[in-house]
Design a protein around this ligand. Structure first.
Ligand code: DNO
Length: 391
């Protein structure tokens, strides 16, 4: 194996993941990305719970390379309520992870919802199924199904028209499916309801981008030096999709945002999870250029592709297809890897539901075969580039 390759990892949601560790062995992944999803957001990850997961991974022959995600409590994002207490708990969870040998921590600063899609079974011409994001479906949910106050002000006339039409033509079952998809959240975590979401969104009515950025800066100034002392690498995940949605401010969407985040703390622990699927949904983002700029502050990478239409809707394409030039991305990442002392892990992010996985119970985006295709293609691309560079 090359000494300067990226580390090939695989996300596992824990013992209830339909993809077993034994399956993952056959995929050829080198290590595992996972989280303690059963612990509520903001609560302490004890050494006991961390070690339990490490033992589970060991029994399948794996190491835990990245904690994804050590989630941030909403009080920290809002800088209100018990935020100081939650920051202290976050620090203690970092101490515990470091003591157990888990050295990379991914988190995000997306208010209320993690990643958002409007369809998890978008049928591709080849019969496989992809995750999909459609603006008028989001508007339908936001205005008619959720009923967020003043929601219609956030959409253009054409979108408002489409949403109104869909509100008339969609069946009740379609509306329920749309609601459940948007509220899906993260596998294994507490399920959300529209009432809950409406209440949470309301809390951000007076928090704009500048305020949220300042809350992130304060958080990072607290935790990044502690992480650095512990030898940990932090990796903030971009907003997915990288646009303001549901009236929420979004602050991890483009080059400027990433550079701002890096500037919030000089501690070497303060870094980025470079998710090409999230950032690639914005046509203004030049990903290879951004990789060169963020450089060794890239502590983790998610490799995925998206295909946009002219209205900005997008589906998740095959890993080497879509709008992102994965060859250029991989080349830039490998260049960074040659400079980095850290072994930068990457994982094939999402994959199509395909072949025998169609119809099986799977975590959306995380079925085995589609991701295996992604990992195999990316691994081949990586090897080809490294050989070409003479490694
Ligand atoms: C979606 C994932 C995200 C990611 C978190 C990181 O599939 O990439 O849920 O894990 O945003 O904090």
């Amino acid at each position: 194996m090359y000494s300067k390759n990226l580390l090939q990892t695989w996300r596992w949601f824990g013992p209830s993941d339909p993809v077993s560790l034994q399956d993952i062995k056959q995929v050829g992944a080198q290590s595992i990305v996972t989280a303690l999803h059963h612990i509520p957001h903001g609560e302490l990850w004890t050494k006991e719970e961390i070690n339990k997961r490490i033992d589970e991974l060991k029994s399948g022959g794996f190491e835990w390379s990245v904690a994804e995600s050590l989630t941030i409590h909403e009080d920290i994002k809002q800088r209100s309520g018990n935020y100081n207490q939650y920051i202290e708990k976050y620090k203690q969870s970092m101490v515990n992870l470091a003591a157990c040998g888990v050295n990379i921590i991914t988190y995000n600063f997306m208010p209320v919802n993690d990643w958002t899609r409007t369809n998890i079974n978008y049928t591709m011409p080849d019969g496989s199924q992809a995750l999909y994001f459609n603006w008028s479906d989001l508007a339908l949910f936001d205005i008619y199904l959720l009923g967020r106050k003043d929601a219609e002000k956030d959409y253009s006339e054409p979108l408002l028209k489409k949403a109104a039409e869909k509100n008339k033509s969609f069946t009740t079952a379609q509306k329920i499916a749309l609601t459940n998809t948007i509220l899906f959240g993260i596998p294994g975590e507490e399920k959300r309801t529209p009432t809950w979401m409406k209440k949470e969104l309301e809390k951000y009515r007076h928090i704009d981008k500048a305020a949220l950025k300042s809350n992130l800066a304060c958080f990072l100034q607290e935790i990044a030096p502690v992480a650095a002392d512990l030898g940990l690498k932090l990796a903030i995940h971009p907003d997915d999709p990288p646009f303001d949605i549901l009236g929420l401010p979004r602050i991890v969407c483009n080059r400027e945002d990433l550079m701002d985040i890096i500037s919030y703390s000089n501690a070497p622990s303060n870094g980025i999870c470079f998710c090409t699927g999230s950032l690639g949904a914005n046509p203004d983002n030049d990903l290879p250029e951004m990789i060169n700029e963020v450089n060794t502050r890239i502590h983790f990478a998610h490799l995925r592709n998206t295909k946009r239409d002219t209205d900005g809707n997008f589906y998740e394409a095959d890993h080497l297809d879509g709008d992102t030039d994965m060859y250029a991305v991989m080349k830039s990442l490998l260049n960074v890897q040659q400079l980095s002392t850290l072994h930068i892990p990457f994982r094939p992010d999402h994959g199509h539901q395909m072949l025998d996985d169609i119809g099986k119970m799977n975590n959306p985006g995380y079925s085995a075969i589609g991701r295996l295709r992604g990992l195999a293609e990316l691994r081949g691309l990586e090897m080809g580039i490294l050989k070409g560079l003479g490694y």
